[in-house]
Design a protein around this ligand. Structure first.
Ligand code: SF4
Length: 479
């Protein structure tokens, strides 16, 4: 296990929807494959993609096929045009070829060369894909990839059976020397206590080995702006229905208009007068912001995954709650928001390192539960919580998502995902508030909850791990 913690900027990243593990990861894998194929010098006139395990089961609904085609054409999740994957699919199918990054074309018959094998479960991870290049009948180059959640990808040079040489594609160098190495929340708390620092200060000192603090702060500000822009896009859209065939209505715009009519705009005195009539009105806005982000995600828009796309609404909505509804701290982009994202990212990194953030591996507790823990820990930090209160906030939020399954209807990141983000955002705020009324002393540690979440996830039937074969996915008629 690495002692160099994941960078906050690896845990919270911008990328296209609808899924970190099923869209972002496969796109990154495919882009990596074409680079290696070019370097190999192998002859080829055809490519073939095999989406295995959970990618095979729900890959169509998550646009994994379009994501791989985009990656093979050289697009990346943070730069590809939002909403372009369905268009790419419909152009590749009749063309029978893919345009590679240099502009040349290679044969790709979608019906033959995009293969879905949900029954193939790789030993290392059940989100695997194999990409093969061939010349005539001969496979000339092939690699296997695992999309391990949150957009993280591992390359494997063994294309079947037990893993061979594994290489993580992610950005954080695991060899970098940081002043405060940690793998668990317990380590992080000890580092804070021993050195009389806040958790944010410990995390920033580590990040400083990767970039200047000015650069780090700027990147956090950009992420915060991108989250806000995503919320605003979702509230302004003119689309009424989400794509994918379930005819799920988009609610954010109508809700935004109704809330604005009732309360006025956030950031104005009118809204505080409105809240005086009913303090729970703030919750309506938090719901709105989470719904808005996840509707954007479901529509293939650009979101900030934290730690995944399917759970992207939670950190974004709680961040805006901090920005607009916590007047005791700075309300604009600045130290409070930076502290929020810094600590949220550290919490997510600990979960990713010790357990999983992939619904396909541990169910929705690993996605939405992790995002709620990140948001709760980040909010407690931004509101001045002690290290133990921050740990408590993250622990409460995760503890009360234990056992949450992943069973999206139709394999689409829509039902129950969108509403689930709204519910979890409110839970995260509650967890932070509950922890801040205590002194940080509590019975169950965050590390124990993470261990429990992971074991629960491993024991969970595969029906409830992003395969669309159990739960709501089978009990709700799709049309
Ligand atoms: S149910 Fe949860 S884990 Fe599954 S796709 Fe939806 S948000 Fe992701």
């Amino acid at each position: 296990m690495q002692a160099t913690p994941l960078s906050v900027l690896d845990v919270i990243q911008v990328g296209v929807g609808p899924s970190a593990s099923h869209t972002v990861g496969p796109m990154r894998a495919a882009a990596d494959f074409v680079n290696h194929l070019a370097q190999s010098g192998a002859a080829f006139d055809r490519l073939q993609v095999e989406l295995q395990g959970s990618l095979g089961a729900t890959g169509r609904g998550h646009l994994s096929d379009g994501a791989v085609l985009a990656g093979l054409s050289g697009f990346l999740p943070d730069t590809v045009e939002p909403g372009s994957l369905p268009r790419l699919l419909s152009s590749v199918k009749p063309a029978g070829s893919i345009v590679l990054p240099g502009g040349s074309s290679v044969g790709f018959q979608y019906d033959w060369d995009m293969v879905f094998t949900p029954e193939t479960v790789a030993p290392f991870h059940n989100n695997s894909l194999v990409i093969r290049a061939s010349q005539g009948d001969q496979v000339t180059f092939a690699l296997r990839y695992y999309s391990t959640g949150g957009g993280f990808v591992t390359r494997d040079d063994a294309i079947e059976g037990e893993p061979g040489n594994l290489t993580q594609l992610d950005k954080t160098p695991t060899t970098v020397d940081v002043p405060y190495p940690y793998t668990s929340m317990g380590d992080l708390l000890r580092a804070a206590e021993t050195n009389n620092k806040t958790i944010g200060e410990i995390v920033r000192a580590n990040e400083k080995t990767r970039m200047s603090m000015g650069e780090f702060g700027k990147r956090l500000d950009t992420l915060q702006k991108q989250m806000g822009a995503c919320i605003d896009r979702g509230c302004a859209t003119t689309e009424d229905v989400l794509p994918g065939g379930l005819a799920v209505p988009r609610r954010a715009r109508k809700l935004f208009l109704r809330l604005t009519e009732r309360d006025g705009k956030p950031g104005t005195p009118a809204i505080w007068r409105s809240f005086a009539q009913d303090p729970m009105r703030a919750m309506d806005w938090v719901n709105l912001w989470a719904l808005s982000v996840n509707e954007e995600n479901a529509a293939g828009g650009m979101v900030v995954r934290a730690p995944t796309n399917g759970s992207a609404g939670i950190v974004a909505a709680v961040g805006r709650y901090l920005q607009w509804f916590c007047p005791e701290v700075e309300t604009k982009c600045g130290p409070a928001q930076r502290d929020y994202l810094t600590v949220a990212g550290a919490v997510g990194g600990i979960i990713k390192t010790n357990a999983s953030v992939a619904g396909a591996e541990v169910g929705c507790q690993g996605e939405v539960g992790s995002a709620a823990a990140m948001a709760a820990g980040g909010l407690a930090a931004a509101l001045g919580g002690s290290p133990h209160q921050i740990e408590n906030a993250a622990e409460i939020a995760m503890e009360h998502h234990l056992g949450l399954t992943c069973d999206p209807i139709g394999g689409l990141v829509q039902v129950p995902c969108i509403e689930r983000n709204a519910i979890a955002a409110v839970k995260a705020i509650n967890a932070a508030r509950m922890s801040l009324w205590g002194d940080g002393t509590h019975r169950v540690s965050f590390d124990e909850v993470i261990e429990t979440m992971y074991e629960t996830g491993l024991d969970m039937s595969s029906k409830y791990k992003e395969t669309a074969t159990g739960g709501l996915a089978v009990n709700v008629v799709e049309c």
